[in-house]
Design a binder for this molecule. Structure first.
Ligand code: GLV
Ligand code: MN
Ligand code: MN
Length: 417
């Protein structure tokens, strides 16, 4: 067997943490046991490298490699997340964290100390798989998610946000926006496994990100009348499952009619959930995406109209709430151009997936690197990247970080012959 590359060796250290034998893949919800173990693992690696580690009030981990003057201002940040969707793959999130560690090792072999601070970051609950709000850590940091709303959230497993934070050793009373921390960041780069087949089709290992589709999540509650499956005549029913079936079809139909749109129902809860019970309630979540925010809003309207008429026909009621919305993000053009000069072989790709770099883009220049995923699959156990490509990703990240640390966001002036 060949020796794993250093990036693959780091990934191998965490390959047993948060495995989900029932769903397959990994289930690592934010602030719960597996994610906390992974965060401890990261902190341990950072401390072993002599980095100065802080965990802020929002649970964001910051691991600093400081310049000689000790400043934390004008920092270049890099990192990703360690939580996963239910039954997710091994790379979505961890690849960016592991590559940040590996890139810093590569840099340390080249330079004694950076001219500017480098900060490796781990952002909590990026998938929103536990509290429903994706990129929860970066939304708190930027203030896009208020402390009041965060503290009203209840996890899928019934644990209130405050309690989850306390059990992670954090104080919910001080959660919230951290403008001073953001102001210290000159830029943030997130490396991520590609969540499509762009690089595989182009036969390249690493790409740059250009944009993220506008996207959002909605929770629809459908209320019917619970009853007995055997004794209730068909014409006497108000069955919310029937309405849910129509909504699932409406989401598919609406998104299919608009080029470039995506619509998904990935989670449905039937209450109380018995084979011989007509349900009293169904909770259904849908996810909609398109480059244009207005198109996403129109799709929501269309789906709600379909849900209302299906509910009326069945004698059910509905209530809709928006769990999150993210407008389209186009990453900082100057930074992307700079990355393109440094990585001239890297194609530029758009993505339909959300990322912390997308949320942070509202406050600071951000950019992304994607690493080839031969299956193109993500949010599922088949997500993959090769050891060689993972290493190429870390090397590309180290290369661009070296330049940004040396010159800041201003590119070096070309010298005349
Ligand atoms: C996160 O990966 C998302 O795009 O939902
Ligand atoms: Mn994801
Ligand atoms: Mn991710």
């Amino acid at each position: 067997m060949s020796t794993p590359t250093p990036t693959a060796a780091l990934l191998a250290e965490i390959e047993e943490i948060g495995r989900d034998p029932e769903r397959g893949g990994y289930s690592r919800p934010g602030f719960a046991a597996a994610e906390l173990t992974l965060r401890d693992w990261f902190v341990d690696h950072a401390r072993r490298r002599g980095l100065d580690v802080e965990i802020d009030a929002d649970g964001v981990v910051w691991a600093w490699w400081l310049p000689a003057d000790g400043t934390r201002h004008g920092a270049i940040g890099t990192g990703s997340h360690l939580d996963s969707v239910p039954g997710g793959g091994a790379y979505d999130g961890p690849l960016g964290v592991v590559s940040a560690l590996r890139a810093m090792d590569l840099l340390r072999a080249r330079i004694d100390r950076p001219a500017r601070p480098l900060v490796l970051m781990v952002l909590p609950e990026e998938e929103g798989s536990r509290f429903g709000v994706p990129c929860l850590g970066s939304r708190l940091l930027t203030g896009e998610l208020t402390a009041t709303r965060a503290r009203s959230l209840v996890a899928r497993d019934g644990v209130p946000f405050d309690e989850a934070l306390r059990s992670a050793g954090l104080d919910p009373e001080v959660v919230g926006a951290r403008p001073e921390a953001l102001a210290g960041l000159a830029a943030f780069l997130e490396l991520h496994v590609e969540q499509g087949r762009g690089l595989a089709d182009l036969d390249r290992p690493v790409a740059l990100g250009r944009s993220i589709l506008a996207h959002g999540r909605w929770r629809l509650e459908i209320r019917g009348r619970g009853d007995h499956a055997g004794s209730t005549l068909m014409e006497d029913r108000a069955d919310p499952v029937l309405v849910a079936a129509d909504v699932v079809r409406a989401v598919r139909a609406a998104a299919s009619r608009v080029p470039g749109a995506r619509g998904t129902v990935g989670r449905i809860e039937v209450v109380p959930g018995g084979t011989n019970v007509i349900a009293s309630r169904v909770l259904l979540w849908f996810d909609l995406r398109h480059a244009e925010e207005g198109v996403v809003r129109d799709l929501v309207e269309e789906i709600i109209a379909a849900a209302s008429s299906a509910a009326e026909a069945e004698g059910c009621g509905i209530a809709l709430s928006e769990e999150s919305f993210s407008p389209e993000v186009v990453f900082d053009a100057a930074l992307r151009e700079r990355l393109g000069t440094l990585l001239p072989q890297a194609p530029v790709l758009d993505t339909g997936a959300g990322h912390d770099a997308g949320v942070l883009a509202a406050a600071i220049p951000t950019g992304m690197l994607f690493v080839r995923n031969p299956t193109g699959t993500s949010h599922a156990p088949d997500e993959v990247t090769s050891d060689e490509d993972a290493e190429a990703g870390s090397e590309a990240l180290a290369h661009v970080l070296e330049d940004l640390l040396a010159h800041g966001l201003r590119p070096p002036t070309p010298t005349r012959p």
